[in-house]
Design a protein around this ligand. Structure first.
Ligand code: CTP
Length: 147
């Protein structure tokens, strides 16, 4: 029965700070397409150095929240190298599909990754971003209400 899913092992990664319904939509959509969903949770170092933001919840807290979800089979903290190099992530997690936000579709980096993945029969599925909610919007609205 479980085998009706399009893919066996799916993988996605993100910061997932201040967990919200946009995150949930994404993860539910991932799980609809794969039997096992592995989620990479970016380190605090990644958020600070690459996104130039300070996470509210620590990497361990963010990872625990993600792993507690029914739609997630396994959550792992992933460092900068693993986040930036999807081929390295594939070697580690052995996924047959990578899920990414549709804002990445057509970018040089993803076009190249698609080519490399095609050689080893790994797919990329682009999922829609939920409009109107983000960690940044939540932080901004909290800042306003404190005025
Ligand atoms: N995501 C989504 N819809 C949203 C927010 C996030 O589909 N409204 C997806 C992103 O595309 C990504 C994953 O959730 O695949 C983790 O995103 P993250 O950057 O942690 O969330 P944001 O809320 O967008 O954070 P920020 O505002 O700091 O960019």
């Amino acid at each position: 029965m479980e085998n009706k899913k399009k893919y066996k092992i799916g993988y996605t990664c993100g910061v997932f700070d201040l967990f919200h319904v946009g995150h949930l939509n994404l993860l539910e959509n991932c799980k609809k397409q794969c039997e096992t969903l592995i989620v990479g949770v970016c380190t605090d170092e990644y958020v600070i150095k690459i996104k130039n933001k300070t996470p509210i919840f620590s990497q361990e807290e963010r990872c625990r929240i993600i792993e507690a979800l029914d739609v997630v089979d396994s959550a792992k903290i992933v460092d900068i190298e693993e986040v930036n190099d999807k081929q390295l992530a594939q070697k580690i997690f052995k996924f047959d599909v990578l899920f990414s936000g549709d804002d990445w579709k057509g970018t040089e980096r993803y076009v190249e990754t698609e080519k490399q993945f095609a050689k080893i029969d790994v797919s990329i599925e682009y999922l829609p971003y939920t409009q109107g909610i983000s960690t940044t919007l939540i932080k901004n609205s909290l800042n306003k209400t404190q005025d």
